[in-house]
Design a protein around this ligand. Structure first.
Ligand code: SF4
Ligand code: SF4
Length: 207
């Protein structure tokens, strides 16, 4: 049996003039005309901060590799450096650092000149937790988290990134965001959109 725990009798004035209904409607109307703090997604999209942990990618060789680490690892593993291609030195440290190492498939290939290149680098991102351990482990700043966060797909195989896809993510990110200062907020407009400028007095973001 359902026990009645609350029952309030409406006064005759409340019954005639719908007082509760008007009170509720006034809240709705007040919020309908106040400033929106949500984003009209997917028509309006905010750019995530540079440190955002989105889809993974491979940075490509562009002359901005971390030195002397890159040259040392290239020398140690006898890697053929190919401009515009992945910086990967096939050290496997990313796979070792990963809590789900089976999501990686990494293989190197020996060239006729005796040097090696990465030939297979598949990542099944359906198993990825985006923890970033692999990124921290990479000694040559090759593997990185991009700002790609719209990762829904119609097939499972779209969640498996191969070397070409990882390199393409890297090229795109390096062109768009590599030189951007490392900061939490993209710009003041985006920050104000989220936090309402007048409600919170936050310091200016300087680029
Ligand atoms: S982000 Fe974490 S779970 Fe995903 S591949 Fe890297 S180490 Fe593995
Ligand atoms: S840690 Fe970096 S360099 Fe080493 S295999 Fe992974 S992506 Fe390649």
């Amino acid at each position: 049996m359902i026990k009645k725990v609350f029952e309030r009798q409406l006064s005759w004035l409340e019954r005639i003039f719908f007082v509760d209904f008007i009170k509720g409607l006034s809240v709705t109307i007040r919020h309908a005309f106040s400033k929106t703090i949500t984003t009209h997604y997917p028509y309006e999209k905010l750019t995530p901060p540079k440190r955002f942990r989105g889809f993974l990618g491979h940075k490509v060789v562009d002359g901005n590799e971390p030195q002397p680490a890159f040259d040392e690892w290239v020398e140690r593993f006898k890697i053929e450096v190919r401009p515009g291609r992945s910086r990967c030195v096939v050290c496997m440290l990313c796979k070792r650092a990963c809590p789900v190492p089976q999501l990686f498939e990494i293989e190197g290939e020996k060239l006729p000149n005796g040097k090696r290149v990465v030939s297979i680098f598949n990542m099944n991102l359906m198993l990825c937790t985006f923890c970033g351990f692999c990124v921290d482990a990479c000694p040559v700043d090759c593997l990185f988290n991009s700002d790609i966060h719209e990762t829904a797909s119609y097939t499972r195989k779209d969640a498996i990134l191969n070397l070409e896809a990882l390199e393409q993510i890297g090229r795109d990110w390096q062109a768009r965001r590599e030189k951007e200062p490392d900061r939490i907020w993209i710009d003041n407009h985006q920050r104000q959109k989220l936090w309402r400028e007048n409600d919170l007095k936050l310091p200016e973001v300087k680029g």
